[in-house]
Design a binder for this molecule. Structure first.
Ligand code: SF4
Length: 323
C-alpha cells in the first residue's frame, strides 16, 4: 500500500518549558495509507497531530526535527503559507465537532466559507458543492440540512459535517484525532465505515490518532505505538496484533476488554504514563515493565528491526533476545 511518503515526521521534538513532550518521534504516512497512532493519554498522540498542523498552544514549540509534507518542511513555511495548506492539502477532524464548528453559522455556510477561501469558488457554485459534500458524507436530505445550525444536528451528524468540511478541498492528508471517541457505539461504526469508504474513494492518506485499538484494527494499514513521547513500536497492523514485540504494546493489547468468556479478563497495564517533569531515564517504560533488565533504567534502547516495516525500541528485541 505505502509508496513515497506523503508525510514524513523526522526526529520531531516538541517541548514546553524545556521539557520534551515528544522526543525524537519519526514515522511516515505513505500515499493512500492509513497510519494509526496509538498510546494512552499523555503518550503524545495529539501533540504529534498538532505539531504536524503547526497548531500548538503558545507555550509549546517544536524544538527540533522536520515535518515533510510532499517533500516540503512545514516547519520552514510562513504562517500565511501554512494557513493555505491547512484545510486544503491537509485537513483535520477532531473528537468533538461542536468545538470546531461555528455555532452561529449554518453548516452550509461553513462549507461555503472553506470553498470560497481556499478554492476561490463563487458562492453559488460553492453552495452546490456543499450539498454534494453533505450527500457524500451520507447526510439525509442534504439540500435541506444545509440550512441547519450545528446545534440542530446529532453528534454523529455533526461529525459528518466536520468530515464534509475536511474533505471540501480534497486534501491529500487527513489527520483524524479520536474521530469517533465522543460518539455512541453504533454511530462510531457508521462514521468509521464512512471514513473507510471515503479514504478509498478519494485515495487520501490518513493519520488516525486514537486510544482505541479496535478502531486501529479495522481501519489502519500500519500502526505507530507512542509511549511517553517516544515511538515504542511501528508495525503493519496485522503484525502488530499477531506478534507485538514491545512490552508496552503487549500491555495495550492485553488491556482490551475481551469479547467473551469469563476467563479472558482484560489486564490493565499497572501504573500510568510518567509526568512530563518526572520522565525516567533509559527506557521510559521501565518503571512499568515486568521484564525490564538492568540496562533498561540507564540506556535508551535503539530501534531493532524485526520484520519488514516492523521495528521496536526494546532491549529484549535486540540480537537474539535478552542481551
Ligand atoms: Fe521493558 Fe527494557 Fe524493553 Fe523497556 S527496553 S520495554 S524496560 S524490557
Amino acid at each position: 500500500m505505502a509508496s513515497s511518503p506523503v508525510l514524513e515526521i523526522d526526529g520531531l521534538t516538541t517541548s514546553v518549558d524545556g521539557l520534551k513532550i515528544l522526543d525524537g518521534v519519526s514515522f511516515s504516512v505513505g500515499d493512500g495509507e492509513v497510519v494509526g497512532v496509538v498510546g494512552e493519554s499523555g503518550s503524545g498522540k495529539s501533540m504529534t497531530a498538532l505539531s504536524s498542523m503547526r497548531l500548538l498552544p503558545n507555550s509549546v514549540a517544536v524544538t527540533s526535527g522536520r515535518i515533510l509534507f510532499e517533500g516540503t518542511d512545514l516547519l520552514g513555511l510562513s504562517e500565511a503559507a501554512m494557513r493555505r495548506i491547512r484545510g486544503d492539502r491537509i485537513a483535520m477532524i477532531f473528537q468533538e465537532p461542536m468545538s470546531s464548528l461555528n455555532p452561529v453559522l449554518t453548516v452550509g455556510e461553513q462549507i461555503v466559507e472553506t470553498l470560497t477561501w481556499h478554492r476561490g469558488m463563487a458562492r453559488a457554485e460553492a453552495r452546490r458543492r456543499a450539498v454534494e459534500l453533505l450527500d457524500l458524507v451520507e447526510i439525509p436530505a442534504a439540500a435541506k440540512r444545509i440550512s441547519d445550525y450545528p446545534h440542530q444536528l446529532s453528534g454523529g451528524m455533526r461529525q459528518r459535517v466536520m468530515i464534509a468540511i475536511a474533505l471540501a478541498c480534497e486534501p491529500k492528508l487527513l489527520i483524524a484525532d479520536e474521530p469517533t471517541t465522543a460518539l455512541d457505539v453504533t454511530v462510531q461504526a457508521q462514521v468509521l465505515d464512512l471514513l473507510r469508504g471515503l479514504r478509498r474513494e478519494l485515495a487520501m492518506s490518513v493519520m488516525l490518532i486514537t486510544h482505541d485499538l479496535g478502531v486501529v484494527a479495522e481501519f489502519a494499514d500500519r500502526v505507530v505505538v507512542l509511549y511517553a513521547g517516544r515511538v515504542a513500536e511501528t508495525a503493519p497492523v496485522k503484525a502488530l496484533f499477531r506478534a507485538p514485540a514491545h512490552p508496552y504494546t503487549q500491555g495495550l493489547l492485553a488491556s482490551i476488554p475481551p469479547l467473551d468468556g469469563p476467563l479472558a479478563q482484560p489486564r490493565p497495564i499497572p501504573g500510568s504514563v510518567p509526568a512530563l517533569a518526572d520522565m525516567p531515564g533509559g527506557c521510559r517504560f521501565h518503571p512499568r515493565c515486568a521484564v525490564a533488565i538492568d540496562r533498561c533504567a540507564v540506556v535508551q534502547p535503539p530501534f531493532f528491526p524485526l520484520d519488514p516495516g516492523h521495528e521496536t525500541a526494546c532491549w529484549l528485541a535486540g540480537a537474539g533476545g535478552v542481551p
